[in-house]
Design a protein around this ligand. Structure first.
Ligand code: PLP
Length: 411
Protein backbone atom coordinates (compact mmCIF):
# COMPACT_ATOMS: atom_id res chain seq x y z
CA UNK A 1 0.00 0.00 0.00
CA UNK A 2 0.96 3.61 -0.31
CA UNK A 3 0.41 5.45 2.93
CA UNK A 4 -0.68 8.75 1.48
CA UNK A 5 -1.18 10.38 4.83
CA UNK A 6 2.39 9.83 5.97
CA UNK A 7 3.80 10.44 2.49
CA UNK A 8 2.10 13.82 2.36
CA UNK A 9 3.41 14.71 5.81
CA UNK A 10 6.92 13.69 4.80
CA UNK A 11 6.70 15.99 1.81
CA UNK A 12 5.34 18.73 4.04
CA UNK A 13 8.30 18.31 6.40
CA UNK A 14 10.77 18.34 3.52
CA UNK A 15 9.30 21.63 2.35
CA UNK A 16 9.33 22.98 5.90
CA UNK A 17 13.02 22.13 6.29
CA UNK A 18 13.80 23.70 2.95
CA UNK A 19 11.95 26.93 3.66
CA UNK A 20 13.24 27.54 7.18
CA UNK A 21 16.76 27.97 8.56
CA UNK A 22 18.02 25.86 11.44
CA UNK A 23 20.47 27.41 13.87
CA UNK A 24 19.90 24.49 16.23
CA UNK A 25 23.44 23.48 17.14
CA UNK A 26 22.61 19.76 17.28
CA UNK A 27 20.97 19.59 13.83
CA UNK A 28 22.32 18.89 10.38
CA UNK A 29 21.31 17.49 6.98
CA UNK A 30 22.56 14.05 6.02
CA UNK A 31 23.69 13.13 2.54
CA UNK A 32 21.50 11.18 0.14
CA UNK A 33 23.89 8.24 0.60
CA UNK A 34 23.22 8.18 4.33
CA UNK A 35 19.49 8.30 3.70
CA UNK A 36 19.77 5.57 1.11
CA UNK A 37 21.28 3.25 3.74
CA UNK A 38 18.62 4.23 6.28
CA UNK A 39 15.76 3.30 3.99
CA UNK A 40 17.16 -0.09 2.97
CA UNK A 41 16.49 -3.83 3.39
CA UNK A 42 18.99 -3.87 6.24
CA UNK A 43 16.13 -2.93 8.55
CA UNK A 44 14.72 -6.43 8.00
CA UNK A 45 17.52 -8.31 9.74
CA UNK A 46 17.95 -9.34 13.35
CA UNK A 47 21.58 -9.36 14.45
CA UNK A 48 21.77 -9.54 18.25
CA UNK A 49 25.35 -9.98 19.37
CA UNK A 50 28.55 -8.80 17.72
CA UNK A 51 30.01 -9.77 14.30
CA UNK A 52 30.79 -13.51 14.13
CA UNK A 53 29.01 -14.07 17.46
CA UNK A 54 25.34 -13.63 16.64
CA UNK A 55 22.33 -15.22 18.26
CA UNK A 56 20.49 -15.47 14.93
CA UNK A 57 21.61 -17.12 11.71
CA UNK A 58 21.96 -15.46 8.34
CA UNK A 59 24.24 -12.63 9.46
CA UNK A 60 27.14 -13.13 7.02
CA UNK A 61 26.53 -9.94 5.08
CA UNK A 62 25.39 -8.05 8.16
CA UNK A 63 28.71 -8.97 9.82
CA UNK A 64 30.64 -7.46 6.92
CA UNK A 65 28.65 -4.25 7.24
CA UNK A 66 29.15 -3.91 10.99
CA UNK A 67 32.84 -4.78 10.71
CA UNK A 68 33.28 -2.15 8.02
CA UNK A 69 31.49 0.45 10.15
CA UNK A 70 33.69 -0.43 13.12
CA UNK A 71 36.89 -0.41 11.10
CA UNK A 72 36.06 3.01 9.65
CA UNK A 73 35.06 4.37 13.05
CA UNK A 74 38.26 3.34 14.82
CA UNK A 75 40.35 4.58 11.89
CA UNK A 76 38.54 7.91 11.77
CA UNK A 77 39.19 8.62 15.44
CA UNK A 78 42.39 6.62 15.83
CA UNK A 79 40.89 4.51 18.62
CA UNK A 80 41.73 0.96 19.70
CA UNK A 81 38.17 -0.31 19.85
CA UNK A 82 34.58 0.80 19.51
CA UNK A 83 30.93 -0.11 19.32
CA UNK A 84 28.57 1.18 16.62
CA UNK A 85 25.35 -0.29 18.02
CA UNK A 86 24.04 2.36 20.47
CA UNK A 87 20.70 3.58 19.11
CA UNK A 88 21.48 7.13 20.25
CA UNK A 89 23.94 9.24 22.18
CA UNK A 90 21.95 8.71 25.34
CA UNK A 91 22.14 4.94 24.79
CA UNK A 92 25.91 5.18 24.39
CA UNK A 93 26.17 6.97 27.73
CA UNK A 94 23.84 4.48 29.37
CA UNK A 95 26.05 1.64 28.17
CA UNK A 96 29.13 3.17 29.82
CA UNK A 97 27.28 3.71 33.10
CA UNK A 98 25.90 0.18 32.97
CA UNK A 99 29.38 -1.20 32.25
CA UNK A 100 31.32 0.51 35.03
CA UNK A 101 28.90 1.76 37.71
CA UNK A 102 26.65 0.29 40.34
CA UNK A 103 23.45 2.09 41.33
CA UNK A 104 24.19 4.94 43.78
CA UNK A 105 27.84 5.27 42.75
CA UNK A 106 29.19 8.81 42.61
CA UNK A 107 29.73 10.44 39.21
CA UNK A 108 30.99 13.95 38.52
CA UNK A 109 29.61 15.92 35.56
CA UNK A 110 28.56 19.33 34.26
CA UNK A 111 24.96 20.17 35.23
CA UNK A 112 22.27 20.53 32.57
CA UNK A 113 21.68 24.23 33.29
CA UNK A 114 25.36 24.93 32.67
CA UNK A 115 25.49 23.03 29.39
CA UNK A 116 25.60 19.34 30.31
CA UNK A 117 23.29 16.79 28.69
CA UNK A 118 20.21 15.26 30.32
CA UNK A 119 22.02 11.93 30.41
CA UNK A 120 24.76 13.49 32.55
CA UNK A 121 22.75 13.05 35.72
CA UNK A 122 19.71 15.25 35.30
CA UNK A 123 17.10 14.35 37.92
CA UNK A 124 14.45 13.90 35.22
CA UNK A 125 16.65 11.33 33.43
CA UNK A 126 17.45 7.70 34.36
CA UNK A 127 21.05 8.76 35.03
CA UNK A 128 20.10 11.13 37.82
CA UNK A 129 17.69 8.64 39.29
CA UNK A 130 20.07 5.67 39.34
CA UNK A 131 23.41 7.23 40.19
CA UNK A 132 24.66 9.88 42.57
CA UNK A 133 25.67 12.64 40.20
CA UNK A 134 27.53 15.61 41.63
CA UNK A 135 27.87 18.62 39.34
CA UNK A 136 30.80 20.91 38.72
CA UNK A 137 30.00 24.34 37.43
CA UNK A 138 31.14 27.19 35.27
CA UNK A 139 32.50 30.53 36.48
CA UNK A 140 30.55 33.78 36.06
CA UNK A 141 31.90 34.13 32.51
CA UNK A 142 30.73 30.68 31.54
CA UNK A 143 34.09 28.85 31.51
CA UNK A 144 34.41 25.41 33.15
CA UNK A 145 35.75 25.88 36.65
CA UNK A 146 38.55 23.28 36.72
CA UNK A 147 39.45 24.06 40.31
CA UNK A 148 35.88 23.25 41.27
CA UNK A 149 36.17 19.96 39.32
CA UNK A 150 39.31 19.12 41.27
CA UNK A 151 37.79 20.09 44.60
CA UNK A 152 34.64 17.98 44.02
CA UNK A 153 36.67 15.04 42.73
CA UNK A 154 38.73 15.00 45.95
CA UNK A 155 35.66 15.47 48.12
CA UNK A 156 33.38 12.82 46.55
CA UNK A 157 35.89 10.39 45.05
CA UNK A 158 33.60 9.57 42.09
CA UNK A 159 34.00 6.31 40.21
CA UNK A 160 33.51 8.17 36.93
CA UNK A 161 34.07 11.72 35.72
CA UNK A 162 32.07 12.90 32.70
CA UNK A 163 32.99 15.82 30.48
CA UNK A 164 31.68 17.02 27.15
CA UNK A 165 28.57 19.16 26.76
CA UNK A 166 25.48 20.04 24.78
CA UNK A 167 26.16 23.69 25.08
CA UNK A 168 29.70 24.85 25.65
CA UNK A 169 31.48 27.10 23.18
CA UNK A 170 35.03 26.53 24.40
CA UNK A 171 37.61 23.79 23.95
CA UNK A 172 37.56 21.47 26.94
CA UNK A 173 40.95 20.63 28.46
CA UNK A 174 40.73 16.83 28.24
CA UNK A 175 44.26 16.40 29.54
CA UNK A 176 43.43 18.32 32.68
CA UNK A 177 40.31 16.20 33.19
CA UNK A 178 42.44 13.07 32.79
CA UNK A 179 44.89 14.28 35.42
CA UNK A 180 42.08 15.04 37.84
CA UNK A 181 40.50 11.63 37.20
CA UNK A 182 43.82 9.86 37.73
CA UNK A 183 44.47 11.72 40.95
CA UNK A 184 41.33 10.21 42.50
CA UNK A 185 41.37 6.85 40.66
CA UNK A 186 38.28 7.73 38.67
CA UNK A 187 37.53 6.68 35.11
CA UNK A 188 37.10 9.43 32.52
CA UNK A 189 34.28 9.49 29.98
CA UNK A 190 34.22 12.18 27.29
CA UNK A 191 30.86 12.70 25.60
CA UNK A 192 31.83 14.35 22.30
CA UNK A 193 28.31 14.25 20.79
CA UNK A 194 28.45 17.89 19.71
CA UNK A 195 32.03 18.14 18.54
CA UNK A 196 32.55 14.71 16.93
CA UNK A 197 32.68 16.20 13.42
CA UNK A 198 35.25 18.78 14.51
CA UNK A 199 37.39 16.05 16.07
CA UNK A 200 37.02 13.83 12.97
CA UNK A 201 38.22 16.72 10.80
CA UNK A 202 41.17 17.25 13.15
CA UNK A 203 40.10 20.83 13.71
CA UNK A 204 39.53 20.29 17.42
CA UNK A 205 41.67 18.40 19.98
CA UNK A 206 40.74 14.74 20.25
CA UNK A 207 39.66 13.28 23.60
CA UNK A 208 40.68 9.77 22.51
CA UNK A 209 44.24 9.83 23.95
CA UNK A 210 42.95 10.92 27.36
CA UNK A 211 39.60 9.25 27.94
CA UNK A 212 38.84 5.72 29.09
CA UNK A 213 35.59 5.99 27.12
CA UNK A 214 34.43 8.36 24.42
CA UNK A 215 30.74 8.47 23.54
CA UNK A 216 29.03 10.34 20.74
CA UNK A 217 26.09 10.79 18.44
CA UNK A 218 26.42 10.59 14.67
CA UNK A 219 23.68 13.09 13.71
CA UNK A 220 25.23 16.36 14.86
CA UNK A 221 28.45 17.84 13.45
CA UNK A 222 29.34 14.41 12.07
CA UNK A 223 26.35 14.78 9.71
CA UNK A 224 25.32 11.14 9.79
CA UNK A 225 22.13 9.31 10.75
CA UNK A 226 20.48 9.68 14.16
CA UNK A 227 22.53 7.29 16.31
CA UNK A 228 25.35 6.75 18.78
CA UNK A 229 28.74 5.08 19.13
CA UNK A 230 31.41 4.35 21.71
CA UNK A 231 35.22 4.40 21.52
CA UNK A 232 37.42 2.74 24.12
CA UNK A 233 40.71 1.02 24.74
CA UNK A 234 40.95 -2.63 23.75
CA UNK A 235 40.91 -3.73 27.39
CA UNK A 236 37.38 -2.36 27.80
CA UNK A 237 35.98 -3.76 24.57
CA UNK A 238 34.34 -6.82 26.11
CA UNK A 239 32.59 -5.05 28.96
CA UNK A 240 31.35 -2.34 26.61
CA UNK A 241 30.00 -4.81 24.09
CA UNK A 242 28.24 -6.72 26.87
CA UNK A 243 26.77 -3.54 28.29
CA UNK A 244 25.30 -2.51 24.92
CA UNK A 245 23.93 -5.99 24.23
CA UNK A 246 22.46 -7.74 26.16
CA UNK A 247 22.84 -5.02 28.81
CA UNK A 248 20.70 -2.20 27.54
CA UNK A 249 19.60 -2.98 23.97
CA UNK A 250 18.21 -5.77 21.84
CA UNK A 251 18.87 -6.09 18.13
CA UNK A 252 21.04 -3.43 16.51
CA UNK A 253 19.53 -1.19 13.80
CA UNK A 254 21.58 -2.50 10.89
CA UNK A 255 20.23 0.09 8.44
CA UNK A 256 21.45 2.81 10.81
CA UNK A 257 24.81 1.07 11.28
CA UNK A 258 25.27 1.03 7.48
CA UNK A 259 24.37 4.72 7.42
CA UNK A 260 26.96 5.34 10.15
CA UNK A 261 29.56 3.55 8.00
CA UNK A 262 28.71 5.90 5.12
CA UNK A 263 28.96 8.89 7.43
CA UNK A 264 32.40 7.77 8.72
CA UNK A 265 33.67 7.43 5.15
CA UNK A 266 32.31 10.86 4.27
CA UNK A 267 34.00 12.31 7.36
CA UNK A 268 37.39 11.09 6.10
CA UNK A 269 37.21 13.20 2.94
CA UNK A 270 38.87 16.54 2.34
CA UNK A 271 35.42 17.95 1.49
CA UNK A 272 34.31 17.20 5.02
CA UNK A 273 37.36 18.93 6.44
CA UNK A 274 36.57 22.06 4.40
CA UNK A 275 32.98 21.84 5.56
CA UNK A 276 33.98 21.76 9.24
CA UNK A 277 36.48 24.54 8.67
CA UNK A 278 33.62 26.67 7.30
CA UNK A 279 31.37 25.67 10.24
CA UNK A 280 34.02 27.10 12.57
CA UNK A 281 34.53 30.26 10.51
CA UNK A 282 30.80 30.88 10.38
CA UNK A 283 30.34 30.40 14.13
CA UNK A 284 33.20 32.77 14.90
CA UNK A 285 31.84 35.34 12.46
CA UNK A 286 28.34 35.20 13.92
CA UNK A 287 29.55 35.42 17.54
CA UNK A 288 31.73 38.43 16.66
CA UNK A 289 28.97 40.15 14.76
CA UNK A 290 26.50 39.62 17.60
CA UNK A 291 29.05 41.12 20.00
CA UNK A 292 29.47 44.15 17.73
CA UNK A 293 25.70 44.58 17.80
CA UNK A 294 25.89 44.64 21.63
CA UNK A 295 24.52 41.19 22.28
CA UNK A 296 25.96 39.34 25.29
CA UNK A 297 27.72 36.24 23.98
CA UNK A 298 28.40 33.77 26.81
CA UNK A 299 32.20 33.41 27.35
CA UNK A 300 32.61 36.30 24.89
CA UNK A 301 32.95 34.12 21.80
CA UNK A 302 33.36 30.60 20.50
CA UNK A 303 36.04 28.05 19.65
CA UNK A 304 33.64 25.55 18.10
CA UNK A 305 30.39 25.36 16.14
CA UNK A 306 28.12 26.98 18.70
CA UNK A 307 27.60 29.72 21.25
CA UNK A 308 24.92 31.09 23.55
CA UNK A 309 23.30 34.53 23.48
CA UNK A 310 22.32 35.83 26.90
CA UNK A 311 19.11 37.81 26.36
CA UNK A 312 18.75 39.19 29.89
CA UNK A 313 19.41 42.79 28.88
CA UNK A 314 16.69 42.72 26.22
CA UNK A 315 14.09 41.71 28.80
CA UNK A 316 13.31 38.65 26.73
CA UNK A 317 13.63 35.03 27.75
CA UNK A 318 14.82 32.19 25.55
CA UNK A 319 11.36 30.71 25.14
CA UNK A 320 9.86 34.02 23.97
CA UNK A 321 12.74 34.82 21.67
CA UNK A 322 12.85 31.38 20.06
CA UNK A 323 9.08 31.64 19.42
CA UNK A 324 9.59 35.01 17.73
CA UNK A 325 12.36 33.57 15.57
CA UNK A 326 10.19 30.59 14.64
CA UNK A 327 7.59 33.03 13.33
CA UNK A 328 10.08 34.46 10.87
CA UNK A 329 11.40 31.04 9.81
CA UNK A 330 14.52 30.68 11.97
CA UNK A 331 14.71 27.74 14.38
CA UNK A 332 16.88 27.93 17.49
CA UNK A 333 16.80 26.23 20.89
CA UNK A 334 16.39 28.09 24.14
CA UNK A 335 19.33 27.68 26.47
CA UNK A 336 20.07 28.44 30.08
CA UNK A 337 23.00 30.77 30.71
CA UNK A 338 25.64 30.28 33.46
CA UNK A 339 23.91 30.13 36.82
CA UNK A 340 20.58 31.01 35.15
CA UNK A 341 17.89 32.51 37.36
CA UNK A 342 14.99 31.52 35.09
CA UNK A 343 15.46 27.73 34.91
CA UNK A 344 15.22 25.52 31.84
CA UNK A 345 11.54 26.11 30.97
CA UNK A 346 12.08 29.75 30.07
CA UNK A 347 15.87 30.03 30.04
CA UNK A 348 17.68 33.35 29.72
CA UNK A 349 19.28 32.62 26.38
CA UNK A 350 19.30 30.83 23.06
CA UNK A 351 21.94 28.52 21.62
CA UNK A 352 23.13 29.22 18.10
CA UNK A 353 24.97 26.68 15.94
CA UNK A 354 26.28 26.75 12.39
CA UNK A 355 26.50 23.06 11.30
CA UNK A 356 23.15 23.00 9.48
CA UNK A 357 23.35 26.32 7.64
CA UNK A 358 26.93 25.57 6.62
CA UNK A 359 25.81 22.30 5.04
CA UNK A 360 23.37 24.42 3.00
CA UNK A 361 26.34 26.46 1.77
CA UNK A 362 26.27 29.53 4.03
CA UNK A 363 29.48 31.56 3.94
CA UNK A 364 30.43 34.35 6.35
CA UNK A 365 28.57 36.99 4.27
CA UNK A 366 25.34 35.02 4.45
CA UNK A 367 25.93 34.55 8.18
CA UNK A 368 26.34 38.32 8.65
CA UNK A 369 23.08 38.85 6.85
CA UNK A 370 21.34 36.37 9.12
CA UNK A 371 22.72 38.07 12.24
CA UNK A 372 21.40 41.42 10.99
CA UNK A 373 17.95 39.86 10.56
CA UNK A 374 18.02 38.35 14.06
CA UNK A 375 19.09 41.75 15.40
CA UNK A 376 16.00 43.30 13.81
CA UNK A 377 13.80 40.71 15.52
CA UNK A 378 15.26 41.62 18.91
CA UNK A 379 15.07 45.38 18.47
CA UNK A 380 11.77 45.77 16.64
CA UNK A 381 9.84 42.55 16.19
CA UNK A 382 6.49 44.05 15.17
CA UNK A 383 7.98 46.58 12.80
CA UNK A 384 10.37 44.20 11.07
CA UNK A 385 8.55 40.87 11.14
CA UNK A 386 7.24 40.80 7.57
CA UNK A 387 10.51 42.07 6.12
CA UNK A 388 12.60 39.55 8.07
CA UNK A 389 10.27 36.72 7.10
CA UNK A 390 10.70 37.45 3.40
CA UNK A 391 14.48 37.87 3.74
CA UNK A 392 14.77 34.53 5.57
CA UNK A 393 12.72 32.89 2.82
CA UNK A 394 15.09 34.38 0.25
CA UNK A 395 18.15 33.06 2.07
CA UNK A 396 16.54 29.64 2.39
CA UNK A 397 15.85 29.42 -1.33
CA UNK A 398 19.30 30.74 -2.15
CA UNK A 399 20.79 27.91 -0.05
CA UNK A 400 18.58 24.84 -0.59
CA UNK A 401 19.16 21.81 1.62
CA UNK A 402 20.35 19.38 -0.99
CA UNK A 403 22.82 21.47 -2.91
CA UNK A 404 25.97 20.03 -1.40
CA UNK A 405 28.10 17.17 -2.53
CA UNK A 406 25.78 14.21 -2.38
CA UNK A 407 27.82 11.78 -4.38
CA UNK A 408 28.08 8.20 -3.23
CA UNK A 409 31.37 7.75 -1.42
CA UNK A 410 32.82 5.47 -4.10
CA UNK A 411 31.84 7.69 -7.06
C1 PLP B 1 22.88 15.30 21.85
C2 PLP B 1 23.65 14.80 22.99
C3 PLP B 1 23.52 13.49 23.45
C4 PLP B 1 22.49 12.50 23.07
O1 PLP B 1 21.87 12.52 21.98
P1 PLP B 1 20.63 11.62 21.55
O2 PLP B 1 21.16 10.94 20.33
O3 PLP B 1 19.57 12.61 21.30
O4 PLP B 1 20.31 10.66 22.63
C5 PLP B 1 24.39 13.06 24.45
N1 PLP B 1 25.30 13.88 24.95
C6 PLP B 1 25.44 15.15 24.55
C7 PLP B 1 26.49 15.98 25.17
C8 PLP B 1 24.60 15.66 23.58
O5 PLP B 1 24.71 16.94 23.23
Amino acid sequence: MIDEEIFRLMEEEREHQNKTLSLIASENYTSESVMHALGSVLTNKYAEGVPELRYYKGCKVIDKIENLALERLTRLFDAEAGNVQPHSGTQANMAIYFAVLNPKDYVLSLSTVNGGHLSHGSLINFSGELYNFVHYGVDENGFIDYENVEYLAKKYRPKLIVCGASSYSRIIDFERFKKIAESVDALLMVDMAHIAGLVAAELHPSPVPFADFVTSTTQKTLRGPRGGFILCQKKYERIINKAVFPGIQGGPLMNVIAAKAVCFAEAMTSEFKSYISQVLKNAKEMAEKFSELKFDVVTGGTENHSFVLDLTKFELDGEQFSRMLEEVGINVSKQTVPNDKLGWKQASGVRIGTPAITTRGFDTDACDKLVDLINLVVRDFDGSKEYVKSEVAKLASQFPIYNYNNKHVDD
